[in-house]
Structure formats: C-alpha cells, structure tokens
Design a protein around this ligand. Structure first.
Ligand SMILES: [Zn+2]
Length: 160
C-alpha cells in the first residue's frame, strides 16, 4: 500500500507544471475543495463524490477567484453584440455552465460591462477560447485568440 502511494506521488510530481495554480497540493488519496466541493483524485478534478474521508483543500479555480487572478480574458464587442447582447450572453452562460460541468477548473469568474463592450474573466484558458469559438460558430464575427506567458493566460476578443 505504501509502495503504491509513493509511486502515485512520483508520477504526479513529474506532471507538475510551473503554473502556480496547477495542483500545488497533490494529496494522493483525493481531496475535496472547501470552496466549491470539487474533488481531486489522481491529479484530476471532478464533481464526483469523494471516496472515504476527504482531505480538504482549495482548488486552483477557487484560489484564482480568491486572488482575483484570471487565466482568461474574453472581450465581446461591436454593434451586433450591442443589439443582441441579451441573447448572446444567454449563449455565453449556457456554454460556460456546460464547460464547468465537464471541466471543474474551467469557470467564468466575472462578467463586467465596460462601455459598449463586455469583459468576461475565466479561471482557465480553455473556457475563454471555447466561449469565443461558440460565438463565432453561432454568430460569425471576428475572433482573436492570443496566448501569453507560454499559454498560461489567454486573451480572446470576439467582435461583430
Ligand atoms: Zn474549488
């Protein structure tokens, strides 16, 4: 048992990246986030029930929210967006919910109106890109995706 455990820890150490929000804590037996109840098992975050007595931790997404440090920035703008803001934001919320259900660490942090534009911040880079792609698929328009800091951050701009 002890042998299995140490093997598991080593494997996770290899996968550790330099991103400070990426699994800084790696409890081998699984742990539950005290912020959102996501459960990490073998380095993967899920919405599963914890197995046995869960160690509590704080997941990377909740830490980003607490620190006010987004991974993704998505700006929506343009006359078409202004005229259809309500419908477009409904799509954004639906896609964001589906993404969070599938990938617990990919969440919308905040949605803010800034003049004619809307700024959406996210806890992960994938959800920001996926939201932009959904908008382009549904409404066409222009989509720009720029990764920064070796893909630790992403800036997405959709305009129409
Ligand atoms: Zn959490």
């Amino acid at each position: 048992m002890a042998k299995w455990k140490s093997g598991r820890v080593d494997r996770m150490r290899v996968k550790e990246s330099k991103d400070p929000y990426r699994l800084a804590e790696k409890p081998p037996g699984g742990a539950i986030c005290k912020g959102c109840s996501a459960v990490v098992q073998s380095g993967r975050w899920t919405w599963n029930q914890p197995e046995g007595e869960g160690v509590t931790t704080m997941c990377p997404a909740c830490r980003r929210v607490e620190d006010g440090y987004p991974a993704g920035y998505l700006v929506l703008e343009g006359p078409f967006f202004g005229d259809n803001r309500r419908e477009i934001m409904n799509l954004v919320r639906n896609v964001a919910q589906a993404e969070k259900n599938l990938h617990p660490m990919e969440r919308v942090m905040a949605i803010r109106k800034s003049g004619e534009a809307t700024l959406i911040t996210t806890t992960g880079i994938h959800i920001a890109r996926r939201l932009g792609e959904s908008l382009r698929r549904s409404y066409r328009g222009d989509l720009q995706v720029n990764y920064e800091e070796g893909e630790k951050n992403v800036r997405v701009n959709w305009s129409r």
